[in-house]
Each structure stands twice: as C-alpha cells, then as structure tokens.
Write a protein that binds this ligand. Structure first.
Ligand code: AMP
Ligand code: ZN
Length: 149
C-alpha cells in the first residue's frame, strides 16, 4: 500500500488541525518534521510552542528519531525568541498527563521568555533538601527500570 504523504494524525487533535492548515496559527517556523507557532494563551510575551508534525500524545510516546529534530527546532526558535524579545531568561518545558497540567495531547515544547521577578512559573526544586535514604531508594528503583528497558 502506498504511504500517505500526510503526517499521522488524530482526528480530534487541534494541533493536528493546525499542522494540516485546518485551523489558523501564528506560525514562526516550519521544517520537514516540525512547526512552531505562538501560544494563543501566552504565559508571557513571546510564548511559542514547537511541535512535531506527526501526532504523538506526549514525550513518553515520542519515537527517538523525532526527538533530535524537535529539540533542534526548539533551540533554533529559542535563539530567535532571545533575539526578538530580549528576555532575561527562558524556560523550555513540556507536560505529560493531566496531573502535570497537560491540556493538548499532541507533544509540544513550550518556549517561555522570562523577565527577572515576573513570577510566571513557580518551581519547587532547589529549595528543600531531599532525604538521602529516599533518594538512594528512588535511584535504585530507576536503575532497575532502566536496566529492564
Ligand atoms: P499544555 O498545557 O502543556 O498541554 O499546553 C497547551 C498549550 O496550547 C496552552 O499553553 C494553550 O494556551 C495552547 N493552545 C491551545 N490551543 C491553541 C491554539 N489553537 N493555538 C495556539 N496555542 C494553543
Ligand atoms: Zn495531534
């Protein structure tokens, strides 16, 4: 059977509709594997999303061979955000699952320009010391999981 020239998509997915040109977006970048466009509910000025053209719900579902192209596009767009917005810093992040705040289930990287003291994204890491016995147990469980993969 002939391979479809269109990327694998999910009929209900708004980002697949953006890739197909069925929904509008403020596109800033496109290459063979990815597109990037402005987030329409921006957390800060210049907030951009970078997505693979193919539909994969989250990072855990992403094929290894797409991760390089998506990160390369993310870095390229982040450099352009730095140039055009002149932020003090940037957060690059993505969410996996409802509990993590994911609302669109088509993998995407957020590029979030930051200003000193803007309070846009509060993070808890680096504030309270961890318990080393617990860290050791977690590390052992992780090494076991990685060895099984
Ligand atoms: P997440 O919560 O990580 O799944 O992020 C989804 C992001 O997609 C949110 O920041 C939304 O503001 C953004 N978003 C939702 N619909 C659209 C759309 N049609 N065009 C651009 N960004 C969108
Ligand atoms: Zn999709």
């Amino acid at each position: 059977m002939a391979k479809s020239p269109l990327p694998p998509r999910d009929a209900e997915c708004i980002f697949c509709k953006i890739v197909a040109g069925e929904l509008p977006c403020h596109k800033v970048h496109e290459d063979e594997h990815t597109i990037a466009f402005m987030d329409i509910f921006p957390a800060s000025p210049g907030h951009v999303l970078v997505i693979p053209k193919d539909h994969h719900p989250d990072l855990l579902a992403m094929p290894d061979d797409l991760l390089g192209p998506v990160m390369a596009a993310t870095r390229r767009v982040a450099l352009a955000v730095a140039k055009s917005q002149g932020p003090d810093g940037m957060n690059l992040f993505q969410a996996n699952g409802v509990a993590a705040g994911q609302t669109v289930f088509h993998f995407h990287m957020h590029i979030l320009p930051r200003r000193t003291g803007d309070g846009v994204l509060s993070t808890e890491h680096g504030k309270r010391a961890g318990d080393h016995a617990m860290l050791a147990r977690e590390a052992e469980a992780l090494r076991g999981a990685l060895a099984d993969m």
